[in-house]
Design a protein around this ligand. Sequence first.
Ligand SMILES: [Zn+2]
Length: 388
Amino acid sequence: MTADPVALARDLLRCPSVTPAEGGALAYIERVLQGAGFEVHRVTFEEAGTDPVENLYARIGTAAPHLMFAGHTDVVPPGDESRWSHPPFASEIDKGVLYGRGAVDMKGSIACKIAATLDHLAANDGRPNGSISFLITGDEEGIAVNGTVKLLQWAAARGEKFDHAILGEPTNPEKLGDMIKIGRRGSQNGVLIVTGTQGHVAYPELADNPVRGLVTLIGAINAEPLDNGTAHFGPSNLEFTSIDIGNKTVNLIPAEARARFNIRFNETRTREELRAEVERRTAKAAGNAVRWNIEWEPSNADVFITMPGPFVEMMSRAVTEVTGIVPKLSTTGGTSDARFIKDYCPVIEFGLLSQQMHKVDEHVATADLVALTAIYRHILERYFSSPA
Ligand SMILES: [Zn+2]
């Protein structure tokens, strides 16, 4: 008998695991994996000023190679439940479509990984020819400080070594098979602050309006592209997201003007180098006329790429065999927990369809759950017969 990913997904979707609540989701996974012979650990992390969050680490096998399935069971809130055609935690199926918060992001793909693993074990006398682990956090959709980062540190302290990881975020824009993510851009936030001298708007000669300086500096910073991109990444990009002066008084020249921005950068750049370049452009445009400084926010979102090679090809072939589609290898989109996993082993991301994530009526075709399980199953078969 083969494992049923739809039944597993339905059980998981019934768990109201809105970050930071566990909602029964990890307890459910613990039961299923323990039943399959995994050694399961439930670990709670907390730190000052944050909610404690539960996480799970489970492993079967002791030998190499060691393949990690990574993911998160927490979900974003459903919002106004009356706008859902099927209640967000009722896990209803309607015309071959399963509805529920987390259907694609990402309880659905966790269910597929579990089903594929159960099938793989059943076909191989209950043991992998190596090791399989599940690294599942309850803190991905929130501030992500008590989740994957700490769980990886915890695992490393126990002596766990990983060879490859597959993260099940929803990666496909249109159809299952469209896209494998092999990297993500880095991210850096900053605030540009221009200081002037406050005064009456009718007497500008007695004031120094920081708005003029801010506009000049924004123009200069954005005047040239940061770079041209690479084979696997688009150009690095700096985008201003907000201009904040907060002045409600019509006859007042403000004393200060701020602009927030975000940089998404590719693998040719480092955070330090980009900061220096933005400061150089700013200084050149400001000369002695504009008083400015930039506050750089701390960030843990570094760029990474898992270069195409045997592991990526194995994933790619599995996708094609099941779906008939040759997936695009992409580095687009926001950050994910892959940015933490990459410090421990090569990581790629492949899951369900991305269109539905975080939406009202989030849903997944049950056929996609079956197909994704088949893809993961192919990977397991290949990986443990000829490791990447
Ligand atoms: Zn997600």
